[in-house]
Design a protein around this ligand. Structure first.
Ligand SMILES: [Fe+2]
Length: 189
């Protein structure tokens, strides 16, 4: 299908990521994806474009992700996520999907959560600021805390949200299936 070209740095990212999918086996491809995304975040055109991205809405069930690109052959997607200061996400996983989370502006703390005697205990945390990229492997339970400024993130997922099951993890040890973020098509051109 014809599609409109995106920003040159994003087209390069897509070409490199497609090549990675074709030549790199298994989990290593997400390590490579992280390196590619680290480079992409440095692009001034992308940084300028991101100033106009809308803050994600909330319809009572799901938050919005901007959907910039979905690969027709390999299934990976490029999302944008803009959060107002102080937002948080309760413990959840991303199902079978890999998530490579890059921060353009603002910051976020991603904390691994482990089940304990009385609900969840905080494990290893990673602090992401502008230019940083974090990898969330499949099924890892984590919480997310936005910093004191608006956060703008570019996220690469191995599959589009909505095409796989993911869960919220409750304090009583149960888990609840939840729909992933709404996918709102947005032109990155
Ligand atoms: Fe998450």
């Amino acid at each position: 299908m014809e599609r409109k070209p995106m920003l040159p740095a994003v087209e390069k990212f897509v070409a490199d990521m497609r090549e990675t999918c074709e030549t790199v086996e298994g989990d290593e491809k997400w390590v490579r994806c992280r390196e590619l995304l680290l480079d992409l975040l440095k692009d001034p055109d992308l940084q300028a474009h991101a100033q106009d991205w809308p803050v994600g809405g909330f319809d009572g069930k799901k938050v919005d992700n901007l959907l910039f690109y979905e690969d027709p052959d390999h299934g990976f997607v490029i999302n944008g996520l803009i959060k107002n200061p102080g937002g948080l996400a309760v413990p959840h996983d991303h199902g079978s999907a890999w998530t490579v989370y890059g921060v353009l502006a603002g910051g976020e703390r991603i904390v691994q959560m482990t089940p304990g005697e009385n609900g969840f205990e905080q494990g290893e945390a990673s602090e992401c600021g502008p230019g940083d990229v974090d990898i969330v492997p499949p099924w890892r339970i984590h919480a997310e805390y936005a910093g004191g400024e608006k956060t703008i993130a570019v996220i690469v997922r191995s599959q589009r949200s909505g095409t796989f099951e993911q869960y919220r993890h409750n304090d009583d040890g149960t888990k609840t299936l939840f729909p992933g973020p709404n996918q709102v098509p947005y032109a990155l051109s």
